[in-house]
Ligand binder design. Structure first.
Ligand code: SF4
Length: 117
């Protein structure tokens, strides 16, 4: 069976249009300008990944922005946001602090992107 994916490389503002096809078991990427786009197209085809940004509630009821320290599989994004929703960060949390270490065993941390207010 032949699979085809049309997508846009999101690694830089050029936004190169990519076409990814699996031909005879080999993944072919066209439309990229640099090798980052080729790698992105291959990853999107096999297992799309995203950095997750969201908010965590602090103990005092305010919200603090957080993100994953690296990309996670797209199908794990909801589970990651649920894990964040179920915790409270300390009012002493500073930018860069780890809020959840190795969230869901995915090999990335949830880190604060701003000091708690
Ligand atoms: S392929 Fe390269 S030049 Fe094109 S959008 Fe991706 S990173 Fe930018």
């Amino acid at each position: 069976m032949k699979r085809k994916l049309e997508t846009i490389c999101i690694n830089c503002p050029m936004g190169c249009p990519l076409v990814v096809e699996e031909i005879d078991g080999k993944i072919e990427v066209t439309g990229y300008t640099c090798l980052r786009g080729k790698k992105y197209g291959e990853q999107e085809f096999v297992n799309p990944m995203r950095v997750v940004t969201t908010l965590v509630l602090c103990e005092d009821g305010t919200a603090q922005p957080v993100k994953t320290s690296g990309p996670v599989p797209k199908d794990k994004i909801f589970a990651v946001t649920e894990a964040v929703r179920n915790i409270r960060s300390s009012k002493d949390t500073k930018i860069g602090d780890v809020i959840i270490k190795d969230v869901l065993g995915l090999g990335v941390d949830i880190i604060a992107t701003r000091d708690a207010i």
